[in-house]
Design a protein around this ligand. Structure first.
Ligand code: SAH
Length: 244
């Protein structure tokens, strides 16, 4: 009798373990992602000179590991770009922070992004400004990013599958524009869709090797241009590519 009781107890405890174990490993994994995210902020973002409080706060909250393929999740908080499928990459966290800070965003701003990719940069923007419009030329990436952002609860981001070269006329003009693919010139439709006094940032130059991160401010219809250092981005394709 005692033996049966003992067996029942063991089976019962085993049952509890089987139920709790996947849950606890999920909790531990989330905790470890949280720690990695804080280390990323301290070492690669703050540590390399980013000061904008809103950029630091929002990047400290967004689960970047959910924006990359499952097999590279462990590396999501490292100081490097990562593959997101279709030969494309999610930008290195420092570069995301640098470009976002340079735009000097306000909570009331409406921002256009060209090159949705994983949707991570759009999520960072969405945590700071009122509305984000983001365009992706690769259909499957656009669909995945739209679903990801919806699942994560973002209601102020609109994703469009199109060539970003032509911007998004319907919602123009924008307070800021960010192009996250390299181009050898600034697409004229995007200059037209930027507000007076607005800022546009992009990796400008050779689309094969390195580019210069370039910040342009629209003044009296013209662009005031400031260079911010070398970066390496995947190329902008579509119309931009035809005009090399
Ligand atoms: N901002 C992204 C990373 C960008 S990678 C992120 O946070 O994950 C560059 C992206 O630009 C790729 O997904 C690529 O498909 C896209 N792209 C290239 N040319 C484009 C174009 N003409 N219009 C819109 N998107 C383009």
């Amino acid at each position: 009798m005692r033996r049966i009781f003992l067996k029942a107890c063991i089976l019962y405890l085993l049952g509890i373990f089987v139920v709790i174990s996947p849950f606890s490993s999920f909790v531990f994994a989330e905790e470890s992602y949280g720690q990695k995210r804080q280390a990323m902020i301290e070492n690669h973002i703050k540590g390399r000179g980013i000061k904008d409080r809103r950029v630091l706060d929002i990047m400290g909250k967004i689960p970047r590991h959910l924006f990359v393929d499952e097999h590279v999740r462990d590396r999501a908080y490292g100081d490097h770009p990562l593959p997101i499928g279709e030969g494309q990459t999610i930008s290195q966290p420092y570069v995301v922070a640098l470009m976002t800070e340079a735009l000097q965003l306000k909570p009331t701003d409406r921002v256009l992004e060209i090159g949705t990719g994983s949707g991570y940069q759009a999520a960072v923007l969405a945590g700071i400004v009122k509305e984000v419009y983001t365009i992706e030329i690769r259909k499957s990436l656009a669909a995945q990013a739209e679903k990801r952002l919806k699942d994560l609860g973002y209601t102020n981001v609109k994703v469009k599958y199109a060539d970003g070269y032509f911007g998004w006329e319907e919602f123009a003009p924008f307070d800021a524009i960010i192009i996250t693919a390299s181009a050898n010139h600034i697409p004229p439709p995007l200059i037209r869709q930027l507000k007076e006094g607005g800022r546009l940032i992009l990796p400008l130059g050779s689309t094969v090797y390195y580019q210069t991160l370039t910040l342009a401010t629209k003044r009296k219809g013209d662009l005031d241009v400031q260079q911010m250092g070398a970066v390496a981005f995947v190329p902008m394709i579509g119309e931009s590519d035809k005009k090399r």
